[in-house]
Design a protein around this ligand. Structure first.
Ligand SMILES: *Cc1c(COP(=O)(O)O)cnc(C)c1O
Length: 374
């Protein structure tokens, strides 16, 4: 059994994907060109943002907005501790200081109460200037953008949505990757919409920031490619990846997102009486990048994982080390970065196989074994 079965997806979409790849090769336009423009337009439209700038990875899609906003030395950026490393890495790459915010024990997402506390604490210390918030849509569920937006506005902070896992999610009918002043997503193969390599995209309604992102992602280009008006980078998306993404977005819209929600709902029905299943608050919709259980105590996890592995049922732990405990961030003051909920979750969470092509037979087997082992 696969944790996220990309092979089954390929089997379902093979004729379209093969044709999309062959067309790019025949066109000889491997970098930039009409395929990229078309893909950007489709993704912007889906998300409901004016601009989409395709780039080389989700990490770059987070880094470029920080460059656009000139965030650097002396600045504080608030980010949840319970996330993938890249959410916080980009802050340090810019020379700014990450301040880790604890998460809500029900949703796994940034806790607005702790966000408020950490901003006040940073202002009081007076060493660094609060500049931005990076809110993560963990496991496919949008963060609490109503509360976070209010805090961002109150303190005059920029809001960057890390929608690397959130693409397809929604809150009160508004789609994920549409909540930030700028938003980022990732097209890494295992994400809700993945390509066949690395890829990502930036979304924004702001014309000036879109134009700056466009420039930064191609060596700081000005009026043309050999007129360089600022220091940038090479973060273009390959045309082959864009063509694949166009096919995958259609399947995602037509049935995949619906199917994965059906599967998640079924997991919850079959397991919620024996283990803590994920919570989707009223008005929220998840794209289920992961289906993550919370065990009662840390000691249960390793034996459960091992027993399931022996039955050919793969599981994963996202994430075993919260950001405030990462070696790379050991230079930060632990007193400024306390996150007790993230500490507990990193010990007790376990994710089950989930993808739009998971059969009910496989799912029944997984649930039967998990129930028995717990
Ligand atoms: C995957 C991921 C990223 C980074 O995306 P890449 O495309 O792998 O660079 C950033 N943030 C979160 C929350 C992610 O899950």
């Amino acid at each position: 059994m696969q944790f996220r079965d990309l092979k089954k997806q390929y089997e379902a979409l093979k004729p379209e994907i093969d044709k999309a790849i062959a067309d790019v090769i025949a066109s000889n336009a491997f970098v930039m060109g009409p395929v990229i423009k078309d893909m950007e337009q489709q993704f912007a439209e889906y998300v409901g943002m004016k601009h989409c700038i395709a780039c080389n990875s989700g990490t770059d899609a987070l880094l470029i907005p920080l460059k656009v906003w000139n965030i650097g030395r002396g600045d504080a950026v608030f980010v949840p501790s319970f996330t993938f490393f890249a959410s916080a890495e980009v802050i340090a790459m810019q020379g700014a200081t990450p301040v880790f915010v604890d998460v809500d024990a029900e949703t796994f997402n940034m806790d607005p109460v702790d966000l408020h506390r950490k901003i006040e604490q940073t202002l009081k210390a007076g060493k660094r200037q609060p500049k931005a918030i990076i809110a993560v849509d963990l496991f496919g569920l949008p963060a609490d953008f109503k509360a976070i937006r209010a805090i961002a506005d109150r303190y005059g902070l920029k809001l960057l949505e890390d929608g690397a896992q959130g693409f397809g999610g929604a809150m009160n009918g508004k789609k994920a990757c549409g909540f930030g002043d700028m938003s980022a997503t990732s097209f890494f193969p295992a994400k809700p919409v993945g390509c066949y390599g690395d890829g990502g995209a930036i979304f924004t309604d702001n014309d000036e920031w879109a134009q700056l992102s466009e420039s930064i992602h191609v060596h700081g280009k000005g009026s043309d490619r050999y007129d360089n008006v600022r220091i940038g980078m090479n973060s273009r998306l390959d045309s082959i990846q864009a063509a694949i993404l166009t096919v995958k977005l259609k399947a995602f819209k037509d049935y995949e997102l619906n199917d994965i929600n059906h599967i998640a709902q079924r997991y919850t029905e079959l397991l919620s009486d024996v283990v803590k299943t994920p919570v989707v608050p009223d008005g929220f919709y998840s794209s289920w990048a992961q289906y993550t259980l919370q065990l009662n105590d840390a000691g249960q996890r390793a034996p459960l994982q091992e027993a399931l592995k022996a039955l050919d049922i793969p599981t994963a732990v996202y994430y075993p080390i919260p950001m405030h405990r990462q070696t790379a961030f050991s230079y930060l003051n632990p007193d400024d970065n306390r996150c007790p909920v993230a500490d507990r979750l990193s010990q007790t969470v376990i994710s089950l196989p989930i993808h739009p092509y998971l059969s009910e037979t496989d799912q029944d087997l997984i649930c039967k074994k998990v129930r028995k082992l717990l």
